[in-house]
Design a protein around this ligand. Structure first.
Ligand code: SF4
Ligand code: SF4
Length: 273
């Protein structure tokens, strides 16, 4: 069986919020809503370090870290259990999804989710530009929505948009049930933790802390094959794709085509030109 999961390497995360932004673009997440958030660990406010300068500037304790968070696609998902109309369900591949036609907006799932991963559409969906930026249809007013691991992309054999667009390669997606997959090998190699493990939700998002993983390609291609060598520190850049490969034929987790890139809106009258 396939069971999809995500590894986020917090040592590599630079807190740029690219994952949060690309998620909004790809999934037409309405104004004011986020499926994917990057929290700051440090001071009391976002983007502030713990400690003060100059007191802590020289002794190395002026510190700031990042905690990217979204739906953890829990194996034992409380949101699935409490939904009175079975609108929230777990797919065979482990992705927790919502049937928006069934959702009655009771928000029991929001109360049950310990990760604050869900948002409710109080208003009619509004995006800029109005027609949206991705292929995923906007959700109606009065329903709850959340991260889907970009299941529309996964179904095409592609990685989620946040994984492809993370400039620090801090996010790895793949099959947790396949011990040869990149995610499984990272979990085996590094010490990982999951959020609120004591709640018994069995989340499928893992975090690496304390040891920086070796460099990976800047795009998601070769994601599953980059670890051919047992020693993760010996990664070498992938070869240039052949003409056939770059045409996009047979895309899967491991090959990338122009279609694989998440949607980025065309901005008119913007930029420097
Ligand atoms: S895109 Fe990558 S580096 Fe940037 S905030 Fe998200 S996880 Fe961190
Ligand atoms: S993180 Fe929240 S919304 Fe996602 S599966 Fe777990 S309980 Fe459900």
């Amino acid at each position: 069986m396939t069971k999809y999961g995500l590894v986020i390497d917090q040592e590599r995360c630079i807190g740029c919020h690219a994952c949060a932004v690309t998620c909004k673009q790809e999934n037409n997440v309405p104004m004011g809503q986020y499926w994917n958030r990057v929290l700051t660990e440090g001071g009391d406010k976002i983007d502030t370090p713990a400690g003060t300068y100059p007191e802590h500037g020289e002794d190395g304790t002026l510190d700031m870290g990042y905690q990217p968070t979204a739906c953890q696609h829990c194996e034992n998902a409380p949101c699935v259990k409490v939904c009175p109309v079975n609108a929230t369900y777990t797919r065979d591949d482990g992705i927790v999804e919502i049937d928006y036609d069934k959702c009655i907006g009771c928000r029991y799932c929001m109360a049950a989710c310990p990760y604050n991963a869900r948002v409710f559409n109080w208003e009619e969906s509004k995006t800029i530009p109005e027609e949206g930026t991705g292929d995923v249809p906007a959700r109606p007013q009065g329903v709850v929505e959340k991260c889907t691991f970009c299941s529309h992309r996964v179904d095409e054999g592609l990685d989620p948009a946040c994984v492809v667009n993370c400039p620090a390669d801090a996010r790895i997606f793949g099959d947790l049930d396949n011990e040869e997959s990149t995610v499984s090998r990272y979990i085996k190699k590094y010490e990982t933790h999951r959020l609120l493990e004591d709640r018994g939700t069995d989340p499928k998002t893992y975090y690496i802390r304390g040891e920086m993983s070796p460099g990976r390609p800047q795009t998601s291609d070769k994601m599953e094959s980059e670890l051919d060598e047992e020693d993760l520190s010996t990664w070498t850049p992938p070869e240039e794709p052949s003409a056939d490969e770059s045409s996009g034929a047979g895309a899967s987790h491991g090959s990338v085509s122009a279609d694989a890139m998440p949607h980025v809106p065309v901005v008119n009258n913007g930029g420097d030109d």
